[in-house]
Design a protein around this ligand. Structure first.
Ligand code: SR1
Ligand code: MG
Length: 424
């Protein structure tokens, strides 16, 4: 893949960044002092980009810069800088529909593929907190609000048809990031591929059985078609606990560079998948067996709260703000028709729930058998313990569950299956 890199683009270092940012008035005002007094640290631990914290005497900012390749792999895997453009577009749109739940954008530099944002302190990446067993009492309300509001307001349920098509066009160029998802989530885990890895030899049998499972492959490819062709709403595209920054009282959703107009269930499914992966990983993080039992209960309760909160918020928006061209109000202007609409809304949500579970399963499988794993599981040093957690997650993933409570009940059951080795 040939990557267009503007002549002026320079990947930044802690040494070079102050001079670049010093030319931006809003940043000079925010940080105070002069650029030579600003301190910069590179803190990126994601798979793709550089992330800096920049501080001056008056304040700080976070700066994210795209590299023309995948950071996790290196220059052998080129990746367009334009992902910063789509992330910026998505951040602006999310802030409109879910104010206060994303970092405020301070400055965007398209040539440098660089976004300067509000510095979120003392927030930490939620995945890290969950590995340490920290409860976040407010996060499900924030997350279900952002998901419901952003997905609803960027869908045909809320938008005029022309505006919606313009939104689809705005994001249509984010093809390279979509291709990552199409390959790494929906294709490679089900074939022999160089990128794949798993805890071996413990999971060799499970990986082989998934590669040989024709029904599973077809089910996943149906989800892939949905991902590629269902332009339902502007989705975050990579909504996991590594894309959330939290304190006990504040929740912000970051990193929407995979954003495009796609199936809503991809976002809700990703969230549930990552919470389930953390639930199963707790065996590797507790000091003695059972020490994290109440935390496990909190994680499963959060999955239920997230889905139920999302569902009720989305339906409330539809009831009060459903002015899009998809279900014209003029067709539902008498009491009987309105009852019919309520039934239709229930059917719609049931379909979205099915999509959510399907995408959640695909997300869980890819994090265990594919290229990019989660540190919830990766940080478990004992391979038998890690494989136990991973096998339990894989066994839970491909189910047809009738309710979110059935999902969490199944997770509890699978979390009790016999561990690998004798050490657990
Ligand atoms: C090569 S990028 C691998 C993964 O990192 C991001 O977080 C996305 O989940 C992507 O699939
Ligand atoms: Mg990310």
């Amino acid at each position: 893949m040939k990557i267009d890199v503007p002549d002026v683009y320079v990947s930044q270092t802690p040494e070079s960044l102050p001079a670049l940012l010093g030319s931006v008035a809003v940043i000079r005002d925010l940080l105070g002092g002069t650029p030579d007094t600003w301190t910069v640290e590179e803190v990126g631990d994601g798979n793709l980009n550089l992330v800096f914290k920049v501080r001056g005497p008056a304040g700080g900012i976070a700066v994210k810069q795209a590299l023309p390749y995948v950071r996790l792999v290196g220059e052998s895997w080129p990746l367009p800088l334009t992902r910063a453009h789509f992330e910026h577009l998505a951040l602006v749109r999310q802030a409109r529909h879910a104010p206060g739940l994303t970092p405020a954008v301070v400055h965007y530099d398209a040539d440098m593929a660089l976004i300067a944002m509000e510095l979120l302190e003392p927030h930490i990446i939620m995945r890290h907190g969950m590995i340490d067993g920290i409860v976040y009492p407010l996060f499900t309300a924030a997350l279900s609000t952002l998901a419901a509001s952003t997905l609803f307001h960027t869908s045909d349920l809320a938008m005029a048809a022309g505006d919606k098509k313009a939104l689809v066009a705005d994001f249509a160029g984010n093809t390279a990031l979509c291709a990552i998802t199409e390959n790494l989530i929906f294709t490679e885990p089900y074939m022999v591929a160089d990128n794949n890895r798993w805890t071996s030899p413990q999971l060799d049998g499970l990986a082989a059985s998934m590669r040989a499972d024709g029904d599973l492959k077809v089910a996943v490819l149906r989800l892939k078609v949905k991902f590629m062709s269902s332009a339902e709403a502007m989705i975050h595209g990579d909504l996991h606990t590594g894309s959330i920054m939290v304190t006990q009282t504040d929740t912000r959703i970051i990193d929407p560079e995979f954003s495009f107009v796609g199936p809503m269930g991809f976002d809700t499914g990703a969230m549930i998948a990552n919470l389930l992966l953390n639930y199963f990983s707790q065996i590797g993080h507790e000091s003695i067996p059972g020490a994290r039992d109440s935390y496990r209960d909190w994680v499963l309760g959060s999955i239920e709260e997230f889905w139920n909160g999302f569902r009720s918020r989305f339906l409330a928006l539809w009831r009060h703000e459903g002015r899009g061209d998809a279900y014209p109000a003029v067709l539902f202007d008498d009491p009987v028709a309105r009852i019919r609409l309520v039934r239709e809304q229930e059917r719609y949500m049931a379909g979205l729930f099915r999509d959510t579970l399907g995408f959640a399963a695909a997300k869980m499988i890819r994090r265990i058998l594919g290229l990019a794993h989660n540190i919830d599981l990766e940080n478990i040093a004992d391979a038998d313990v890690r494989a136990t957690a991973e096998a339990r997650a894989l066994m839970t993933s491909p189910g047809h569950y009738g309710s979110i409570e059935a999902v969490t009940a199944a997770a509890r059951q699978w979390n009790a299956i016999e561990p690998f080795g004798a050490k657990v």
